[in-house]
Design a protein around this ligand. Structure first.
Ligand SMILES: [Mg+2]
Length: 176
């Protein structure tokens, strides 16, 4: 199975959160393979009824400018275009159901499911391939340093993928 790590940056912690960026990478025991990154136009999410909460807006305002700059761009594509690009990227990586990792799936992958529903589409993976970084790192604690900009969706996804690879390699484990 292809392994895919996804991280979102959002404007809410609810399942129907508005999304501002999607970062993802495919990986195996040898490390990171292909990468994906897109910003998302926030207004397009709001127009589709997705959620923005003030506490998350305030939290973003307290973050370093470089983290905000990753998604505060003038030409962010609307949600439908961003999700279509993400779907196309997943399909370019694998034609069979990928193992879909996130930290954890109940945040990023559930928010993506709502976003797909908002544009009238199904997510391009089945619900039963969700994989949880939080579970793995809790059961098998491993010292790890974040690489890149914290709360940059692609840097977060790559750091999480590298952590999973590190945990697997340290114990001689293979992906199914
Ligand atoms: Mg993140």
């Amino acid at each position: 199975m292809k392994q895919i790590m996804t991280d979102l940056e959002t404007m809410s912690r609810k399942a129907n959160a508005a999304i501002v960026s999607i970062g993802a990478c495919s990986f195996d025991e040898n490390g990171i393979q292909q990468k994906f990154y897109t910003t998302v136009n926030l207004e397009s999410c709001i127009d589709l009824g997705l959620h923005v909460e003030q506490s998350t807006v305030d939290w973003w305002n307290s973050q370093p400018a470089e983290a905000r700059a990753a998604w505060q761009v003038a030409n962010a594509p609307p949600l439908e275009e961003a999700l279509n690009d993400y779907t196309a990227w997943i399909k370019s990586v694998t034609t069979s159901p990928p193992a879909m990792w996130a930290n954890g799936p109940d945040f990023d992958l559930v928010i993506l499911k709502y976003a797909y529903e908002a544009i009238g589409q199904e997510p391009p993976w089945p619900y039963w391939t969700h994989r949880c970084v939080r579970t793995l790192k809790n059961i098998l604690p491993t010292p790890h340093q974040h690489q890149g900009v914290k709360h940059h969706a692609l840097d977060d996804a790559m750091s999480q993928a590298n952590l999973v690879v590190q945990i697997m390699n340290a114990r001689g484990l293979q992906f199914e």
